[in-house]
Design a protein around this ligand. Structure first.
Ligand code: RB5
Length: 144
């Protein structure tokens, strides 16, 4: 699978986004960063839609979205066809988001996670394959 990730965040998530971006680039991932790039207040839907649209179009296999709680970004991203955005708060949840839900966007709440937990979630999410089988039948029922 293509080692490419599209990332976006609002002002609450931009510092964590920079950290994750650096981490992934060191590991050899191709990272597309749609912003935001400063602590100036912005609206999370503007960045959530940018990332989700690209994932929906197949421009990369995975996206990462960050806001304060992760809730706003999840709501926005999951309005896009083919997007399965999962709000994750620990490595076990990040693993299950891939094995069971075939999630293609990892969402995290930057104001509620330690950096080390967030990086752990990223690593697990990106390396865990979808299990398919009974989970595939369920995932196939998601789109309306
Ligand atoms: C911004 O203050 C905050 O509302 C946003 O980052 C996010 O938590 C929304 O869900």
């Amino acid at each position: 699978m293509q080692r490419a990730v599209i990332m976006g965040a609002d002002h609450a998530g931009f510092m964590l986004k920079s950290l994750i971006k650096k981490h992934l680039e060191i590991l050899g991932w191709q990272v597309t960063d749609v912003g935001t790039a400063t602590a100036d207040s912005v609206d999370y839907p503007d960045y959530g839609h940018l990332v989700a649209e690209k994932i929906s179009k197949g421009e990369a296999p995975f996206g990462i979205l960050l806001c304060g709680t992760g809730i706003g970004m999840s709501i926005v991203a999951n309005r896009h066809r083919g997007v399965r955005a999962a709000l994750c708060w620990n490595e076990d949840v990040a693993r299950l988001a891939r094995t069971d839900d075939d999630a293609n966007i990892l969402v995290m709440g930057a104001r509620f996670l330690d950096n080390s937990v967030a990086l752990g979630c990223v690593d697990i999410f990106l390396k865990t394959p979808f299990e398919g089988g009974r989970h595939a039948a369920r995932v196939n029922k998601i789109e309306i």
